[in-house]
Design a protein. Structure first.
Length: 144
């Protein structure tokens, strides 16, 4: 029995170490939504908690913040400066979803502004040329 506990206990520790390594190296990619990223992190937290590793909420928040791209740095700074209190990871997830929605709105607005400013630069003023048909040459018709 002791041998089985030692064998499976070692495997359990190895699995926990692999989950920890994945958790600490996880970074959110541009093609991923914040909701998908948070689900992945929650799955990793749950996997470690099932192995006996418990995390305080503040530590989870710092792991989450470390995994976010630089675009979220102003949110993270405001979160810390304003001493925002969240009761669980779900509340933080909802806040981050709102930030992501704001990013998408701002990106659309900046794209529209960029397109319209490029269009005004590329417009050229067209000059219309007057035809020479109606001008007089100074020579009268008829004989000398």
């Amino acid at each position: 029995m002791e041998h089985l506990e030692q064998t499976f206990g070692t495997q359990d520790r190895l699995a926990g170490q692999q989950i920890s390594s994945t958790l600490f190296s996880t970074k959110m990619h541009d093609s991923t939504t914040i909701q998908d990223h948070m689900m992945k992190l929650n799955k990793l937290f749950s996997g470690l908690e099932n192995k006996g590793t418990l995390f305080e909420l503040d530590f989870k928040i710092e792991i989450i913040f470390a995994s976010l791209p630089d675009a979220y740095s102003s949110f993270i700074m405001n979160f810390h400066m304003n001493n925002v209190v969240v009761n669980n990871v779900s509340e933080l997830t909802n806040m981050l979803i709102e930030v992501e929605i704001t990013f998408k709105k701002n990106k659309v607005v900046s794209l529209v502004i960029e397109k319209s400013s490029q269009g005004s630069k590329n417009k050229k003023k067209k000059r219309t040329k007057k035809s020479k048909k109606g001008k007089s040459t100074g020579v009268k018709e008829g004989g000398v």
